[in-house]
Design a protein around this ligand. Structure first.
Ligand code: BDR
Ligand code: CA
Length: 312
């Protein structure tokens, strides 16, 4: 039986990789996609990206619901287009999607879908966690019928990528992240400790393109801008961050992990948005998170390429 998932995303080059992997994987059934601010300030653009990616993967019927354009307590001013390009997909234009977004607000869509399949749905969140926090606001009992949330976000030991302490998705809305981490459901955290393993350079994307399918070619083109950004930062390859949240569901055995309690700093002058790991159980709270700490890089790259190769 495939695991039903809702994919919450700010698409995004690595989001696109992760969504296409999910669509290509028989272990998962993508019930829907919800969009959130993050890799762009323009939620309508991000929602169009999600629709266009589902169409690219030959799954135009997957419902896409637009969520929130702003964090819980502020107006979003973040600029991620340096990393992902002006259209957040590395400047590559996909055909204008024919499908319209679902009319429901993303967080309401999440609650509705999870109510219909009580106890079955895994939420996969690879952007700021605001939609999930808003879904919890709509129904605080959500964690009693949503057993598991897999996120790309945070960092235990790797430091931050937006501030010295914080990772981008958590920093974008620490208040939301704190609610999500303390809601009572199980969390799988793919943070910066694992999401830059492997760092992926040009030849791998050439390998994806060589298959000749449109999804592989799209990912190879969309990754050009992403690669340039990383090169500018002094790295030879990119991190396929969001892919790990999906891969960890498909192939958990590829990951080394530890069970820990994690909370989110919301107030620190230097540490706002930091994911704080209680390694020694000082807070006396039950571990709620499977923290990914290492990946089998070869198996990860091979399976990703194989799965993308099965798409149109
Ligand atoms: C995260 O930030 C975004 O830019 C990526 O899509 C990923 O979700 C990495 O910190
Ligand atoms: Ca993302």
């Amino acid at each position: 039986m495939p695991i039903p998932i809702i994919f919450d995303t700010d698409p995004g080059v690595d989001d696109a990789m992760a969504l296409l992997l999910a669509l290509a994987s028989p272990e998962l059934a993508v019930l829907g996609v919800t969009t959130v601010f993050g890799n762009s300030q323009d939620l309508a653009l991000l929602t169009r990206n999600a629709l266009a990616l589902c169409a690219l993967g030959d799954r135009p019927e997957v419902p896409v619901a637009a969520g929130t354009a702003h964090p819980l307590t502020r107006t979003y001013t973040g600029r991620a287009n340096l990393v992902h390009g002006d259209n957040a997909l590395g400047g590559v234009q996909l055909p204008e999607p024919v499908q319209r977004p679902d009319t429901r607000f993303g967080p309401q869509f999440i609650v509705d879908m999870c109510r219909e399949r009580r106890g079955q749905v895994t939420l996969v969140a690879v952007g700021p966690l605001t939609n999930l926090a808003l879904a919890l606001r709509i129904d605080p009992k959500l964690p009693t019928y949503v057993p598991r949330v897999a996120i790309m976000g945070g960092s235990a030991r790797a430091g931050g990528n937006i501030t010295p302490a914080a990772e981008f998705n958590i920093y974008a809305d620490p208040e939301a992240a704190r609610l999500v981490f303390n809601a009572g459901w199980e969390i799988i955290m793919a943070g910066l400790d694992v999401t830059c393993s492997p760092r992926v350079a040009e030849p791998y994307f050439e390998r994806l393109a060589k298959r000749g399918n449109r999804c592989g070619q799209f990912l190879a083109s969309a990754s050009q801008h992403y690669l340039q950004y990383y090169h500018g930062q002094g790295y030879a390859g990119v991190c396929m961050h969001d892919v790990h949240a999906v891969m960890a569901l498909i192939r958990p055995e590829l990951y080394r992990s530890e069970r820990v309690y994690i909370d989110v700093e919301t107030a620190g002058e230097l540490t706002r948005g930091q994911t704080v790991v209680d390694w020694r159980g000082r807070l006396g709270k039950a571990a709620q998170t499977t923290l990914l700490l290492g990946a089998d890089e070869t198996a990860f790259l091979n399976l990703f390429a194989e799965r993308i190769g099965t798409l149109p």
